[in-house]
Design a protein around this ligand. Structure first.
Ligand SMILES: [Zn+2]
Length: 162
């Protein structure tokens, strides 16, 4: 397999493209994460190393949790949307479930009950629109991260003032 290789713009180490998160600067100067590698503009790749992620997020004022979600998505470790999220929870593949802050009470209760029953961490974070954008999709009020390492990194990023 000939996987494209790119360098992390911070540490300069080389990785398969799929393991890196792409940041793109738009014409107006704003910076976005680009999960689908579809945005035009000047792009740079960041590796999942905590120091590199932190530096890039700080520099561009981006949200660390959402960046980590983008990375998890690229690596194929995110299930999103009611059916896929439920399936990930029921199969115990979900290591972390995120509900948007604007999800309906029903959705929140539904997933909280499911997760509590199985001891899967569940957090409320960001709007459905932001969650969706972070993984290159439309509005998502719920999603599951299915990788333990990335889930841990996200939970750590959610701890206040650390
Ligand atoms: Zn790096």
């Amino acid at each position: 397999m000939n996987e494209p290789i790119r360098s992390c713009v911070i540490c300069r180490k080389r990785f398969p493209k799929a393991k890196l998160l792409r940041f793109v600067k738009d014409k107006d100067g704003s910076v976005h994460t680009d999960v689908l590698n579809r945005r035009d503009g000047r792009g740079a790749y960041i590796c999942s190393n905590e120091g590199c992620m932190d530096k890039a997020n700080k520099k561009h004022g981006l949200d660390k949790v959402l960046s980590l979600l983008g990375l998890a998505m690229k690596a194929g470790h995110v299930a999103s949307g009611q059916t896929a999220t439920e399936a990930a929870i029921k199969s115990m593949n979900a290591c972390l479930v995120i509900i948007s802050t604007d999800a309906s009470d029903n959705t929140r209760k539904h997933f909280t009950d499911m997760c509590n029953y199985r001891n899967i961490p569940i957090v409320s974070y960001s709007t459905g629109e932001e969650l969706g954008h972070a993984i290159g999709k439309d509005i998502r009020s719920n999603l599951a991260v299915t990788d333990e390492g990335l889930s841990g990194a996200i939970l750590k990023a959610l701890e206040p003032n650390k």
